[in-house]
Design a protein around this ligand. Structure first.
Ligand SMILES: Cc1ncc(COP(=O)(O)O)c(C=O)c1O
Length: 409
């Protein structure tokens, strides 16, 4: 089985900048101080700084909401925003009410990170049950990107279900033979290219948890991205999806593009208890209003756009899948995100991408990057507002330039 390198990162540039140079390119101290010669090697950026400079000069961005800037994010906070005090009142309360209504839950709580929010939520579910076991997919954010805080801070233990290329399923859950406090389902599953279970399968998974008295928790960091699939395939709304879960976490800064922050929605008692954990986690900041105001603006601006992003993602996937040397996962796509696998040497692919950035001012990739071996590269492609500005033809032509020539038809 292929191993995914740990190069995933949250910012658009981290995917490229955090790549470790191969020994052949790694500059010595002496080399690093020399001006870079105009040789073939010049085409592979020597340092994260150089990459950043190229990125900053780009004028168009193909991934997600595009380049974030302090100017546009500050502009997402209206001048007449009503401030909260320690998370109480003002725009924070307004946003919580909006989310609770949208998801059909009694209450919601704003928190500054999903990391904090989900750990605390699962802790509450476990404290109400006789088990400390939480079940999730091995690519779960809690397991791979939160320093196992669920274990260190909350004494929870994980039972994983699924594999590198295998989503969680009711069939696999049947092999879990221990008392379970909570089942966490991530919709869509980011590290599997945004895969989603069919509606009936989702019902079966959550029913499995209910049958053994376990809570159901939705990691809906990208619930906005999941919604069009369930609307199209089962006529279901975000509230219908949420009804399958006791608690639902949604993020405001990923596909929606706000500054940061999230909400957890659930029954009133759980949300009240979550407030205590927000304090214990150090998340009760004196003012949360800039984040909440930005989230509210982002919801109003882009909340209704995900159906269009999904349709465009389907068309893009079909276009890319036809290119030799390119594979889209999953295919057909189930959300406005996908993994694009490119057959080719890492340095050549990256050099070509940088060439596109230099010549055309187009930054093609954002999000996560994984080197899956010497001749297979995997990029996360999120279709968002910035992507919508590119025609299918342009996207095809740009990708053709990135696939190493020998692999082309
Ligand atoms: C699926 C998923 N869950 C949870 C989180 C945590 O969110 P935050 O960055 O707000 O802590 C992320 C962040 O990328 C995520 O992708």
């Amino acid at each position: 089985m292929l191993q995914v390198s740990k190069t995933f990162g949250p910012t658009p540039l981290s995917s490229v900048i955090h790549m470790t140079p191969t020994p052949a390119q790694r500059p010595t101290t002496k080399q690093a101080t020399r001006p870079v010669a105009r040789t073939r090697a010049r085409r592979v950026p020597a340092s994260p700084d150089e990459l950043r400079a190229i990125y900053e000069q780009c004028t168009r961005f193909m991934n997600g909401t595009g380049k974030r800037s302090a100017t546009s994010l500050l502009a997402s906070i209206p001048d007449d925003t009503v401030m909260d005090l320690y998370g109480e009142g003002g725009v924070v309360a307004e946003l919580e009410h909006e989310i609770a209504t949208l998801l059909g839950k009694e209450a919601a709580l704003f928190m500054i990170t999903g990391t904090m929010a989900q750990q605390a939520t699962l802790r509450i579910h476990a404290d109400r049950r006789s088990s400390r076991t939480i079940v999730f997919h091995p690519q779960c954010h809690l397991d791979v990107r939160e320093e196992r805080a669920y274990e260190r801070l909350h004494g929870l233990v994980a039972a994983t279900c699924g594999g590198y290329a295998t989503p969680l399923s009711a069939e696999l859950l049947a092999s879990v033979h221990e008392p379970v406090a909570a089942l966490l389902v991530e919709l869509p599953q980011r590290d599997l290219g945004g895969t989603l279970p069919e509606w009936e399968e989702l019902i079966a998974q959550t029913q499995w948890a209910r049958d053994r008295g376990a809570a159901t928790h939705l990691d809906g960091a990208r619930l906005w991205e999941a919604a069009p699939f369930y609307r199209a395939t089962a006529g279901k709304s975000p509230a219908d999806i949420s009804a399958l879960f006791d608690t639902v976490y949604v993020s405001f800064y990923k596909g929606l593009g706000a500054i940061a922050g999230c909400c957890v929605a659930g029954d009133a008692a759980t949300i009240e208890e979550l407030k205590l954990w927000r304090i214990r986690h150090g998340g009760r900041a004196f003012g949360l209003w800039p984040y909440a105001a930005s989230a509210q603006s982002a919801l109003a601006l882009r909340g209704h756009r995900f159906g269009d992003y999904y349709e465009r993602a389907r068309a893009i996937a079909t276009t890319l899948q036809r290119l030799d040397g390119v594979e889209v996962l999953p295919f057909p796509v189930q959300s406005p995100m996908m993994h694009v696998r490119i057959r080719g040497d890492r340095d050549k692919v990256m050099a070509a991408m940088v060439d596109v950035a230099r010549r055309d001012g187009v930054w093609m990739f954002g999000g996560a990057y994984a080197n899956e071996g010497p001749s297979l590269q995997r990029f996360e492609f999120n279709v968002g507002e910035a992507t919508m500005a590119f025609s299918l033809r342009e996207i095809r032509e740009l990708f053709q330039r990135v696939v190493p020539p020998s692999r082309r038809r």
